[in-house]
Design a protein around this ligand. Structure first.
Ligand SMILES: Cc1cc2nc3c(=O)[nH]c(=O)nc-3n(C[C@H](O)[C@H](O)[C@H](O)COP(=O)(O)OP(=O)(O)OC[C@H]3O[C@@H](n4cnc5c(N)ncnc54)[C@H](O)[C@@H]3O)c2cc1C
Length: 466
């Protein structure tokens, strides 16, 4: 072996929820485990750092979860959002195993808290991490260290030696830049999607992708996914699909997290930079519609849009971390947004004239709507007539991509043609497309990562012993 080269039973590539669940499980099963995290210690944990909760089935409520959430109800919810685009066997397996996550997580030192309020109302179905995803990760890292897992930061995997589905070693760039090899009996890949790789996104979105903002880590560039696919691994998921929401256009390019999301579309109107409305802002309740707005904004000129509302809407929604742009009149607001004041005022005036106000109810589908307007606003339509006036500029905020690696119930990666690889496993976002072919169910990203992370860790350790 060359200087710095080393070996272990189980090598885990990645440093988020899926990786840590795999590493802890494999170590508890007696395997020697090395975790290579591409990020620095401060930025460890990828998109998991930004999470707040995980969805889990349970037969009865507890001190935190407000009531039962059966496997069948979880399954129905998944069918609704995916339209049936899921591997039923793996999905039902995920849901059944999710019942164990509460005990497993608390056993690893994770604390949960009372559900947060807000727009999505998840108190019965989702367990919220006390202190958010970062505190949850800190607990898992502490547990992994306590068990003797060898954790290496600033250590991205740059090459994988795979021969006909058999993994023998990974090349890792060390913190100093020099590369070295880690041989292992099993490899667990848990390195997320490719949403931070703008060039890769451009293969499907063209130049539009230059204007996308990435809500999570800059480190999820899909480098391991690419190595696997180039080595004959069977892909899963639509490569053109990604989860995208409308976020504040002033957000940083990467890592803005949840505080940049905007949930006020239903309380105003949304126009592009030609001051044209382009979709029914009140089509349905927000939890069912928030995930379409990233894509809608992506289709607008320069991938930017403006949510415009008035004083009456203030306080009805969670604001973004940036203050709304405010003005005492519509022309002054247009001026601040650098939009044509005449076109801006015309769009608002046309909308106001079409509004048929009924009994406004922010909590359910109400009867406030427009008539004779295209596109219509079907609910929560109130005139924008009370100063001060406000706007938020929004851009597409990409949460994650759907393309991944196909796996079986043992979290073992399948090669093209369906044959399981000899010793390569996958967990988390890198294989979530097996369960989530389309759409999204809040909290299921962490469920898939934890369930398949645990399975991958168990199976990788078992394989290493044989
Ligand atoms: C703003 C935001 C909020 C979210 N909120 C929720 C929520 O509340 N609940 C929920 O279920 N889901 C949520 N999600 C989705 C959730 O973050 C993911 O489903 C989940 O974190 C995926 O976990 P993972 O371990 O697969 O990937 P990640 O946590 O992203 O970890 C991937 C890891 O791989 C590392 N890596 C990448 N390339 C390499 C390489 N070449 N070598 C070594 N390491 C590498 C990265 O540094 C990173 O540590 C949210 C996502 C975002 C962006």
């Amino acid at each position: 072996m060359a200087m710095g080269d080393t070996s272990c039973d189980v090598l885990v590539a990645g440093g988020g929820n899926a990786a840590l669940c795999a590493a802890i499980t494999a170590r508890r099963a007696g395997a020697s485990v090395i975790v290579v995290e591409g990020a620095s210690k401060f930025y460890r944990g990828g998109n998991t750092r930004h999470t707040r909760n995980l969805r889990c089935a349970h037969d009865e409520g507890n001190e935190i979860l407000t009531g039962p959430y059966s496997e069948e109800e979880f399954w129905d919810d998944l069918m609704r959002v995916t339209g049936g685009q899921t591997d039923e066997d793996l999905a039902r397996f995920t849901i059944a195993e999710s019942k164990e996550l509460w005990d497993w997580m608390t056993g690893a030192g994770v604390h949960f808290q009372q559900p947060l309020g807000g727009t999505l109302n998840l108190g019965r179905t989702n367990a919220f991490f006390l202190g958010g995803g970062r505190a949850m990760l800190n607990a898992l890292y502490a547990e992994a260290e306590r068990l003797g897992v060898d954790i290496r930061y600033d250590s991205p995997v740059t090459e994988l030696e795979i021969d006909n589905g058999f993994f023998s070693s990974a090349t890792v760039a060390g913190p100093g830049g020099g590369g070295y090899r880690i041989r292992a009996r099993s490899l667990v890949t848990a390195a997320g999607g490719f949403e931070a790789n703008i060039e890769w996104l451009k293969e499907y979105w063209g130049d539009k992708a230059d204007n996308f903002l990435i809500r999570g880590t800059a480190n999820n560039r899909g480098s391991i996914l690419r190595l696997l696919l180039d080595n004959g691994v069977e892909p899963v998921g639509d490569p053109t699909q990604c989860h995208a929401v409308a976020i504040d256009a002033r957000s940083p390019k990467f890592d803005g997290g949840i505080v940049t999301r905007l949930d006020c579309v239903v309380f105003g109107i949304v126009m592009n930079n030609a001051c044209e409305r382009f979709y029914d802002e009140g089509e349905d309740v927000w939890p069912k519609r928030y995930a379409i707005w990233g894509r809608l904004v992506a289709d607008q000129p320069d991938q930017i849009a403006y949510i415009v509302f008035d004083h009456k809407a203030m306080g009805l929604f969670m604001p973004s971390v940036y203050p709304a742009i405010e003005a005492p009149s519509l022309p002054e607001l247009a001026d601040k947004l650098d939009l044509d004041p005449e076109a801006f005022e015309r769009t608002v005036t046309d909308y106001n004239a079409a509004v048929r106000e009924g009994t406004f109810n922010s909590q359910e589908l109400d009867d406030c709507h427009t008539e004779g307007l295209s596109p219509p606003k079907s609910h929560w339509a109130r005139r924008i007539d009370t100063a001060p006036f406000y706007a938020y500029p929004v851009r597409p905020g990409i949460t994650f991509t759907y393309l991944g690696t196909r796996v079986n119930r043992e979290a073992k990666i399948l090669m093209q043609g369906g044959r399981p690889s000899a010793n390569i496993y996958a967990a988390g976002e890198i294989m979530a497309g097996n369960v989530l072919g389309k759409g999204y169910l809040a909290g299921i990203g962490m469920t898939i990562g934890a369930v398949f992370g645990r399975v991958a860790g168990k199976e990788a350790a078992r394989n290493a012993r044989n």
